[in-house]
Design a protein around this ligand. Structure first.
Ligand code: GLN
Length: 284
């Protein structure tokens, strides 16, 4: 089968299965199988696929029609320009979360010590360390399987990162030591009852423990706001991703918890997505 024909077949199959981004996914899977890039669809559309390429492409398209996320088929997702390895043990990095990473780049200074709480694939921690100099990073997660992915991503990007990262397994701050200039987190924040209504790619393939924020979706914000002060330096900052309807609740938690300069930042769709706050004095 020729390259363009294969793409058109894939797109049609995905459209039939009502996959949202059928053309994009069909193209990305074809590029993944053939080791090609966007250009090839136009420049080399008559290229003949080998038998094994065709077979592999067909099988991946069929898996995608079964709602297996694209990123689980290719094993990666780009985040802040970094190629991040993913599997079923980590939340697939979302484009929305780049807002948190971008705010992190504003808040973090060269040489800072930072903590990424619920690090998952490590995408937030590593992208900040990649674009700052000599940042010492800690990534914490309850899931040892997620930390294995984060460590692998660190190894893959180590040459581009000047500082040093460590990863600790535990229930939130359980095994975290010392104080930080900045703490970042994209914790689980979906209300338990809402999870059933999410897309199959999310509810059946992202780790449930990375999504479920308890009955009111706020359980991790409550715990992080309560515990973070013991891990922040004076004037340290806490930055967290939030759900679009959680800004008022999380602001309240932060203000009640003694944080100041609470700021809410919107994502590209105009929805509240990130909260930042500062803690003026160290607390024990
Ligand atoms: N933003 C993610 C989603 O909508 C949820 C991530 C999270 O709970 N931290 O699927």
């Amino acid at each position: 089968m020729k390259y363009r024909k294969a793409y058109e077949w894939g797109r049609a199959r995905l459209e039939m299965a009502k996959i949202d981004e059928a053309s994009l996914d069909a193209r990305l899977l074809l590029e993944f199988v053939c080791g090609t890039s966007r250009n090839d669809l136009y420049a080399h559309s008559e290229r003949e696929l080998s038998e094994s390429e065709e077979e592999k492409y067909r099988s991946l398209i069929l898996k995608r029609t079964e709602r297996i996320p694209l990123q689980h088929l290719t094993g990666e997702q780009e985040f802040m320009g970094l190629r991040i390895k993913v599997n079923e043990h980590v939340l697939v990095p979302r484009q929305d979360t780049e807002i948190l990473a971008e705010e992190g780049l504003i808040a973090v200074n060269d040489g800072d010590r930072i903590l990424d709480m619920c690090t998952g694939s490590g995408c937030i921690l590593l992208s900040i360390m990649r674009y700052k100099n000599d940042v010492t990073g800690v990534g914490a997660d309850l899931s040892a399987d997620a930390l294995a992915v984060a460590r692998e991503n660190y190894e893959n990007h180590r040459k581009e990162i000047s500082g040093r990262a460590d990863f600790v397994q535990g229930d939130l701050f359980e095994n975290v030591e010392g104080r930080f200039d900045v703490i970042l987190s994209n914790p689980p924040y979906i209300r338990s009852e809402v999870i059933e209504s999410l897309a199959p790619e999310v509810k059946d393939h992202d780790p449930m423990m990375a999504l479920d924020g308890g009955t009111d979706g706020l359980i991790f914000y409550q715990r992080i706001v309560e515990e973070a002060p013991r891990y922040l330096k004076a004037e340290g900052k806490l930055l967290m991703e939030i759900g679009f309807d959680q800004a008022a609740d999380v602001r309240q938690l932060l203000e009640n918890g003694g944080f100041t300069e609470v700021k809410v930042i919107k994502d590209l769709a105009g929805l509240n997505r990130v909260v930042c706050a500062r803690l003026m004095e160290e607390r024990n």
